[in-house]
Design a protein around this ligand. Sequence first.
Ligand code: KIV
Ligand code: NA
Length: 263
Amino acid sequence: QIRRTTVPEIRARKGGEPIVSLTSYHAHTAAIVDKYADFILVGDSLGMVMHGMDSTLGVPLDLMIMHGKAVVRGTQSTLVVVDMPFGTYEESPAIAFRNAARIMKETGCGAVKLEGGARMADTIRFLTERGIPVMAHIGLTPQSTNVMGGFKTQGRNEDSWPQHEADAQAVADAGAFALVLEGMVEPLAAKITKQIDIPTIGIGASVECDGQILVLEDMLGLNAWTPKFVKKYGDLGPAIERAVSDYAEEVKTRAFPTKDHTY
Ligand code: KIV
Ligand code: NA
């Protein structure tokens, strides 16, 4: 019987074999990723990638739950982590618990992720002590884009490093089982990785991180524009376009369907 990777197993990978992770938002892609990833993140980036929103801020909790369910159904061996969307956890630990519990009960996922460092430490502890494993996320935190004034690489000025280091330490001390470092200069991500005793998961961060994550659609080449940190492992955009245009042509010329495709 296949069983899923557990939170303690991810936690124990600190300093070991790098942790492989990707986002997935729907059952069929998740089933492929399931064969190779240690965990799958149902990220709130689905607001942009799947639903054409221009930031993650408008993503509703119900939408995260809907995609979380799809990914849990489509997978059998990876840990599924679901993002808590903007506005569902910042206000208080109790509100965060209520919403995180809904995510876990309704999707069957194994953990949640939320953005923020020291300011979220009390919430991370509150959730973890009550049965909800938390992955933390610092550096470039897209839910704070209005405060940061856009998507800005963090740590360019070394004066800011102590704050990022303190954030990383605070979430580790609070019981987070892993920490996403996003959009952060490489030496800072490497330094934080050495300093804390939970795995760091890099995205636009450092090869020294304990694992890496990318948005699946980005690395497959499905999005028109991708930032520097995205390596394109596939070029599905043109492949899909070719298939759609071939189909359109064959429908118009009555080349499809043939006897092979009719009863
Ligand atoms: O929402 C997301 O896809 C994420 C990853 C980029 C870490 O949070
Ligand atoms: Na996210």
